[in-house]
Ligand binder design. Structure first.
Ligand SMILES: [Zn+2]
Length: 139
């Protein structure tokens, strides 16, 4: 993993390189746990291992490449479950983290940094606690 090799801590704003690695680990763990709950872990790990660049895109790209009707049905069934949607969110967060580590952890509503403690507890969180509370008040 060479994601952060040319970046020094504190270039990320609120989150240090070490904190981002921690969140990455949390997302990977949660993803593995949710996949296990769905009985998909062995299969997905195999896809991960088979991929040349060994990142999570292997999973979705592989599924997309296959493009068979059976696979489409399976995917639809997967994302219809609570666990499946959770995995989808976790992978979205991993993608954000890899693609744009500098803004990872910024609230999608107000742009301020989401507290590290909140990200540790809820690594796929996209909103700071204030915006999340506001949203819940309005709901
Ligand atoms: Zn916010």
């Amino acid at each position: 993993m060479i994601l952060f090799h040319n970046l020094t801590p504190y270039e990320f704003g609120m989150l240090t390189k070490k904190q981002l690695k921690h969140i990455e680990g949390r997302l990977m763990d949660e993803r593995a746990r949710a996949l296990k709950a769905l009985g998909l872990f062995d299969r997905i790990s195999k896809l991960d291992r088979e991929s040349m660049d060994s990142d999570l895109s292997a999973y979705t790209d592989h599924m997309a490449d296959q493009g068979t009707e059976a696979m489409e049905r399976e995917k639809a069934a997967l994302f219809a479950t609570k666990e499946g949607r959770y995995i989808y969110r976790l992978e979205g967060a991993l993608r954000r983290l890899y693609n744009d580590p500098k803004t990872f952890g910024d609230c999608h509503t107000c742009g301020s940094a989401v507290a590290f403690e909140r990200l540790d507890a809820l690594p796929h969180a996209r909103y700071c606690i204030d915006c999340k509370r506001k949203e819940e008040d309005e709901a």
